[in-house]
Write a protein that binds this ligand. Structure first.
Ligand code: GLA
Length: 393
C-alpha cells in the first residue's frame, strides 16, 4: 500500500504547482460491538483506527473537481454541478461525487478542488475506507469554500451521502470517522444523535484480522446487507412499535423473546428481531464492562455478538467463522466479525500482555496455510485513534 507517499507531493506531480494546500486526515473505524443496529437508530460502540486516508487539497477558481489517488486508482475529474449522478458501479469517483452532492444539499455548490489521496486502509474490508473517503472529500470541499461545519451538521448529511453510492447504511461509520477521540471507544447514539468518548483500559488490545475475503459494497453484498435492514424494519412494523429503542427500553429479554416467537410469522423476521434487540442489550453491557475494565465479560459479549450475526442475521461467512474460532483458540478473550459482514475483517480482543502470543498463534492457525496473507495488510493493530475532527493531519 502506498502510504509512504506524501499526498502534497502527489498533488504537485499530478496537477502541477498551485495555491496553498492543506491536509485532511480521515481514519478507518472498527466496530467493537453493535452490528447491524445503527440503521435502526440503536447505539453502537466503535473506535477509529490509526490507519487512515490522508488527502491534500487545493481550492480552484472554477467548479471542477480533480482528484488523484495513489496506487491503481488513477485520476478522476468532473464538474461540480447540482444533482450529480453516480458513474459506473465500483468506481472511486462515486465517493467524490457523493461528497460533492452531500455538500451541495446543505451548503450549495461552490469552488472545486484539486486533490490527492493516499491511504493505508485496506478497501472492502469492513473498515469504512469508503466513509473515510467521503468524509475526507466533504471536509476538503467545505474548507475550500470557507464553510465551518460541526459534528451535528455533518451527521445530518453524511449518512444520506453514502446512500448515493448504494448502501442503505446507518450513521455509525461517519460518526466514528469524524468524532472519535484518541484512546477512547465512542458510544454513538442516534435517537437523538450523541457521541460519548469512553476511555479504553490501557492494558486492553484490539487486533483487526482480515478474513482474506472481501465484501464489495457495490456488489452482491450490498443486496444482502440491505435485505437485513428490510427484515428488521418489517418485523418492527408488524409488532406496531415506533422504534427498536421503544421495544428495548420497555421490555425484559423474556418479553422480547415472546414477541418474536408469538407474533412474528417467519423465522427471518423472528431472528432479525432477536438479533437487533439482543445486540442492543449487549452494547449496553459492553460499555459497562469496558468502563469497569472487565475483560472477561467484554470478551464474552463479543463472542455472543458473533454467534448472533452468524446464526440469526446470517451475515457471516465460513472464512469469518473460521477466523473467529482460530482467534479464540489462539488465546483471544473475544473475537467477532466487524462491519457489514459477508467477508472483510474480524476484531480480536485480548489483554496487551497476551497480544504477541495471540498474534503468533493466529498466524500459525489461520494464515500460515494461506499464501495471499500479507501481515501488514491483514493483521492491523486496532489502537483507538482520533477522528477527522480531532486529528492533526
Ligand atoms: C456497514 C454500514 C454501517 C453499519 C454496519 C453494520 O458498515 O455502513 O452503517 O450498518 O455495516 O453494523
Amino acid at each position: 500500500m502506498p502510504e509512504s507517499v506524501d499526498p502534497r507531493d502527489l498533488l504537485l506531480q499530478t496537477f502541477g504547482p498551485g495555491g496553498e494546500s492543506w491536509l485532511v486526515y480521515s481514519p478507518g473505524r472498527v466496530n467493537l460491538i453493535g452490528e447491524h443496529i445503527d440503521y435502526h437508530s440503536l447505539p453502537v460502540f466503535p473506535i477509529a483506527m490509526r490507519r487512515r486516508i490522508l488527502a491534500a487539497f487545493r481550492a480552484r477558481a472554477d467548479n471542477r473537481i480533480r482528484a488523484v489517488s495513489a496506487g491503481p486508482y488513477g485520476v478522476r475529474e468532473f464538474e461540480w454541478t447540482p444533482g450529480l449522478e453516480p458513474v459506473g458501479a465500483g468506481d472511486w469517483e462515486n465517493y467524490l461525487r457523493a461528497a460533492a452532492e452531500t455538500v451541495r444539499r446543505k451548503w450549495g455548490t461552490g469552488r472545486g478542488v484539486d486533490a490527492a489521496v493516499v491511504s493505508d486502509l485496506p478497501p472492502a474490508a469492513g473498515l469504512s475506507s469508503s466513509s473515510a473517503l467521503l468524509v475526507a472529500f466533504t471536509l476538503g470541499l467545505l474548507r475550500a469554500n470557507n464553510h465551518l461545519a460541526v459534528f451535528e451538521e455533518l451527521m445530518e448529511v453524511l449518512p444520506d451521502g453514502e446512500q448515493f453510492v448504494g448502501t442503505r447504511g446507518g450513521g455509525m461509520d461517519h460518526a466514528a470517522v469524524l468524532g472519535s477521540r484518541k484512546g477512547c471507544a465512542s458510544l454513538i447514539g442516534f435517537d437523538p444523535l450523541s457521541i460519548r468518548a469512553v476511555p479504553a483500559p490501557n492494558d486492553w488490545a484490539f487486533l483487526v484480522a482480515h478474513s482474506l475475503t472481501t465484501a464489495e459494497k457495490s456488489g452482491a453484498a450490498r443486496e444482502l446487507y440491505n435485505s437485513r435492514r428490510v427484515a428488521g424494519s418489517v418485523a418492527l412494523k408488524r409488532l406496531g412499535y415506533p422504534s427498536y429503542k421503544a421495544v428495548v427500553e420497555n421490555h425484559t429479554p423474556e418479553e422480547m423473546e415472546a414477541l418474536a416467537a408469538e407474533r412474528l410469522p417467519t423465522i427471518e423476521e423472528q431472528d432479525s428481531f432477536r438479533h437487533v434487540t439482543g445486540e442492543a442489550l449487549r452494547v449496553g453491557a459492553a460499555v459497562g464492562a469496558l468502563e469497569r475494565g472487565d475483560a472477561e465479560q467484554f470478551g464474552r459479549l463479543l463472542v455472543a455478538s458473533h454467534a448472533s450475526l452468524r446464526d440469526k442475521l446470517k451475515i457471516s461467512s465460513p472464512a469469518l467463522d473460521e477466523l473467529v474460532d482460530a482467534a479464540l483458540a489462539s488465546g483471544a478473550t473475544g473475537a467477532r466479525l466487524t462491519g457489514g459482514g459477508f467477508g472483510g475483517c474480524t476484531v480480536v480482543f485480548c489483554l496487551k500482555r497476551d497480544l504477541p502470543s495471540v498474534r503468533e498463534e493466529l498466524i500459525r492457525r489461520f494464515y500460515a496455510s494461506r499464501p495471499e496473507f500479507d501481515e501488514r495488510a491483514h493483521l492491523i493493530a486496532g489502537e483507538p485513534g482520533p477522528g477527522a475532527l480531532y486529528a492533526e493531519a
